[in-house]
Write a protein that binds this ligand. Structure first.
Ligand code: NAD
Length: 415
């Protein structure tokens, strides 16, 4: 995981998709380079009185299909190559989900666990100001990602609106409901993952009831996912997070685990389960493994001893390039990130559409459209995989690349 280069990984997947679909080499050259890379200094007066200067980025990979869309990540190891890779992933993800967006990503290299709430707000607002030339509901619409949430999105929206001198709800998604967020946004990524789990289990003839799942990550995606999978009748037998891992072969009590995490900030120490070395989660014999933390989690070693029959990638870029063929050889079915986790950006699209309409949808409409969109995307990728005789990852990239290429051809190259 230490030498994992997410940008090199996404380029290799793009090149592979280009070969699969016979992509015009001129279009491949365009897609191998991000459209815009903005690096900003984020100076903040800390609670100590001293000024600290953080580094932030906002990267637009491609905006041919619509305004740039992608999350903001606050993480101590963030760098430009990771942000660029995540931005490119968004280009192909929005295309697979068939949403009218391009791909972007952004964030600040910082450790939010070491910042007070005041410092976090200052980092967010100053970062928002620095990247503001790129933002706007028709230009670039950020959303939450790792270590950012509705509160951060509210500060972002407020900063954009204050500078504009008018309310700009459509400039940010993942906002609280009180300022134009959508019903069903929290948990939308997890809900989309569950649609994919049901669909891939159906195709591979695995029953949901009683089958076992392991999840890496218990955050905004992994947390609601654990609830949804257990309410669907699965046994979530192991969960890990940054602090450790816990295991209960009878199925974890997810509600009790959530309470534990609320007071201890980690799953470690949960007394209704056995402690597990975080890495041992992957070896557990089960039907489903869901990486829902960071990139590069499933490397060669993990792939070689993975105990699951199916991997549904809730995280972005969780499987390394060299792990892919190992999983394939071992007949592990992988539902790739750009399909499996596109429920989040789909709900963001619904929020943006509601903000532009000035008309809020009810919860049923959001949930039903999300389910229908995910089902359609899964079916298209599954069918493409059968037609091309490849795994779902290569098929999803093929669909994404074809849709973006079609848009580039339709618009032509300026000047
Ligand atoms: P989050 O910050 O809410 O949660 C991340 C979780 O991962 C936490 O439980 C953390 O403890 C855990 N984690 C971090 N490092 C770990 C490690 N080394 N080992 C085990 N666990 C570790 O983030 P999130 O929003 O849940 O995002 C998780 C993943 O899903 C990311 O890859 C993100 O890009 C992707 N994703 C998120 C959304 C969304 O709606 N939030 C949408 C699409 C994709």
């Amino acid at each position: 995981m230490t030498n994992f280069d997410p940008w090199a990984a996404i380029l290799e997947r793009l090149d592979d998709a280009a070969k699969l679909v016979g992509l015009d080499p001129d279009i491949l050259r365009i897609l191998r380079t991000p459209r815009r890379v903005l690096e900003v200094a984020v100076p903040v007066r800390m609670d100590s009185g001293q000024v600290e200067v953080f580094t932030g980025w906002r990267i637009h990979h491609n905006t041919t299909r619509g305004p740039a869309k992608g999350g903001l990540r606050f993480h101590p190891q963030l760098d430009a190559r990771e942000v660029a890779a995540l931005a490119a992933g968004m280009t192909f993800k929005t295309a697979v989900a068939n949403l009218p967006f391009g791909g972007a990503k952004g964030g600040v290299r910082c450790d939010p666990t070491q910042l007070s709430s005041t410092e976090l707000e200052k980092v967010t607002r100053r970062y928002a100001l620095e990247i503001m030339p790129l933002l706007g509901e028709d230009r670039d619409v950020p959303a939450p990602d790792v270590n950012t949430d509705g509160r951060v999105m509210a500060w972002l929206m407020d900063t954009i609106s204050t500078v504009a001198g008018m309310s700009e709800p459509g400039s940010v998604t993942g906002k609280p409901l009180s300022i134009g967020g959508t019903l069903g946004h929290t948990g939308a990524t997890a809900a989309g993952v569950v649609v994919c789990v049901r669909a891939v289990f159906r195709e591979t003839e695995i029953g949901i009831a009683g089958s076992r799942a392991v999840i890496q990550g218990f955050g905004k995606v992994g947390g609601p996912l654990a609830f949804l999978l257990s309410s669907a009748g699965m046994r979530v037998v192991a969960i890990s997070d940054i602090g450790g891992a816990v295991y209960n072969p009878a199925g974890l009590d997810v509600a009790a685990l959530s309470d534990h995490v609320r007071s201890h900030r980690t799953v470690a120490g949960f007394d209704r389960a056995d402690a597990l070395a975080a890495d041992d989660l992957w070896g557990i014999d089960c039907e489903l493994a869901v990486p829902a933390a960071l990139e590069g989690a499933i490397d060669d070693h993990v792939a070689a001893r993975l105990g699951a029959k199916v991997v549904v990638e809730a995280a972005n870029g969780p499987t390394t390039l060299t792990a892919d063929p190992i999983l394939e050889r071992r007949d592990v079915v992988v539902v790739p990130d750009i399909l499996a986790n596109c429920g989040g950006v789909t709900a963001s699209y619904f929020e943006w559409a509601q903000n532009r309409q000035g008309y809020a949808w009810d919860e049923h409409t959001v949930a039903e459209r999300l389910r229908a969109g995910m089902d359609r995307a899964f079916a298209e990728v599954w069918a493409k995989a059968e037609t091309l005789g490849v795994g779902m990852r290569r098929a999803a990239f093929a669909i994404g690349v074809e849709r973006v290429a079609e848009a580039i051809e339709a618009r032509g190259l300026f000047p």
